[in-house]
Design a protein around this ligand. Structure first.
Ligand code: PMP
Length: 443
């Protein structure tokens, strides 16, 4: 390729240029093949080049690609909202379409503040969140994100939203053990609410399984039930940020279903269109929409491309494909298998400290010392090296951060498409082992 003027994540790095994809594989312009073991950023959940989605895209493009949301609705946007209301838990029936996970979270922030205004509680305008979290990159969503690295540069502009400890059992923030801990991490939400005053808090937001900021941390049993009770007790909306977990990634359509908890608002993105086109959504309960219908009747948010017909047609085709191919249960079965294999690898490689996750959202945390769980120094850059070695060997995995606040740590996410088959999964594990051997030799 000639000199490129495309600004990429690392401006001085050369990235392989992908020419095409098929199923779980991507191919670059030199012909190199990659097994997409992370679905990009946990996005390409049905694999690449699915004909049914390509056909839906072409069909919609032949009709109309854009209408403006303040002037028109469209057939695919209506159908998609109906479809989503049929798969969402509880009374979460309404969809507000946006273009990225970040926007879905920002919209959830605004809707939850507006809800309390509609019912006359105008002081309830703070949104609280947990440390070790990622909710998006714009100033609002970044304010919620307990991700020190991503916040650092913009700290003066950010709200101090992360105030609650995460359910990080491998490194319990309270140095306790489950179950004798009595779920102190969930009680930490109540501590924060009492400090701030529930009369000032609109909502609490959490990722069901913590992704980018932690490498697939799953809470202990009972955690979300307790969180939900605390939110209800203190009249605080519960926003589940399912941008990474939603639409089947963890073995259920929505990860919150694992714990039989229905939030007030759910944010989805990524797997919603499996990367075929940008679309995300803020899914809202009847109770919230009713209050707005009785009150101002307008949600003060939206984007030019909100509810874009082209994107809506694609997302509808993706969800129908996931259902018709039983990809949620396929992902769950192969996720269980992968989790078992990763747990075996933990016995072989002393630097694998923790193996965790749900469905096909799994994580490995790397440590310098198994017994003390102390991480490698940041200078060693173990996570980027592991990702780089895997890529060299033809396997894509996703770098996450983990470890100890202020000291750092290493984790990667393994999250192949839900459509992966047994043979491809075994190939993934073989390449991963080869990569771990190389890392071991270097460490
Ligand atoms: N929330 C969560 C839980 C995410 O994982 C992400 C993306 N990693 C976002 C929000 C932001 O989504 P986007 O990158 O599409 O803006």
């Amino acid at each position: 390729m000639d000199q490129s003027y495309l600004i990429k994540p690392l401006l001085d790095k050369e990235y392989p240029v992908i020419s095409h994809g098929n199923g779980v594989y991507l191919y670059d312009v030199t012909g190199k093949k990659y097994l997409d073991g992370s679905s990009g950023a946990v996005t390409a959940s049905i694999g690449h080049h699915v004909q049914a989605v390509i056909d839906a895209m072409a069909d919609q493009a032949s009709k109309v690609s854009f209408v403006y949301r303040s002037q028109f609705s469209s057939v695919p946007a209506e159908k998609l909202a109906t479809k989503l209301s049929s798969i969402t838990p509880g009374d979460i029936n309404w969809s507000f379409f946006v273009n990225s996970g970040t926007e879905a979270v920002e919209t959830a922030m605004k809707i939850s503040i507006q809800y309390w205004q509609e019912v006359g509680k105008t002081d309830k305008n703070q949104i609280i969140s947990r440390w070790k979290s990622y909710h998006g990159i714009t100033i609002g969503a970044l304010s919620l994100s307990g991700h020190a690295d991503r916040r650092k540069r913009f700290e003066p502009l950010l709200e101090k939203s992360p105030v609650v400890e995460p359910p990080y059992c491998y490194r319990c923030p309270f140095n306790l053990e489950y179950p004798s801990c009595g779920l102190k991490c969930a009680e930490d939400l109540e501590r924060a609410i009492l400090e701030i005053g529930n009369e000032n808090i609109a909502a609490f937001v959490a990722e069901p399984v913590i992704g980018a900021a932690a490498g697939a941390i799953c809470p202990p049993e009972g955690y979300y039930q307790k969180i939900s009770e605390i939110c209800k007790k203190h009249d605080i909306l519960f926003i589940a940020d399912e941008v990474m977990t939603g639409i089947g990634r963890t073995g259920k359509m929505f990860a919150m279903e694992h714990w039989h908890v229905t939030p007030d608002i759910i944010c989805i993105g990524k797997g919603m269109s499996a990367g075929y086109t940008p679309i995300a959504a803020t899914l809202v309960s009847e109770r919230i929409v009713e209050s707005i219908l009785k009150g101002s009747k307008v949600i003060m948010s939206g984007h030019t491309y909100s509810a874009n017909p082209q994107s809506a047609a694609v997302a509808l085709a993706v969800i129908e494909y996931i259902e018709s191919q039983n990809l949620v249960s396929n992902g769950e079965q192969l996720g269980d298998y992968l989790l078992q294999k990763l747990s075996q690898l933990k016995q072989t490689y002393s630097f694998i400290g923790d193996v965790r996750g749900k469905g096909l959202l799994l994580g490995l945390e790397i440590v310098a010392d198994h017994a003390t769980k102390y991480p490698y120094s940041q200078e060693k850059a173990v996570t980027p090296r592991l990702v780089e070695l895997a890529q060299k060997n033809g396997l894509l995995i996703y770098p996450a951060s983990a470890g100890i606040e202020g000291i750092g740590g290493d984790a990667v996410i393994i999250a192949p498409p839900l459509s992966i088959n047994q043979q491809e999964m075994d190939e993934l594990i073989t390449i991963l082992e080869l990569t771990l051997n190389e890392l071991q030799a270097e460490l």
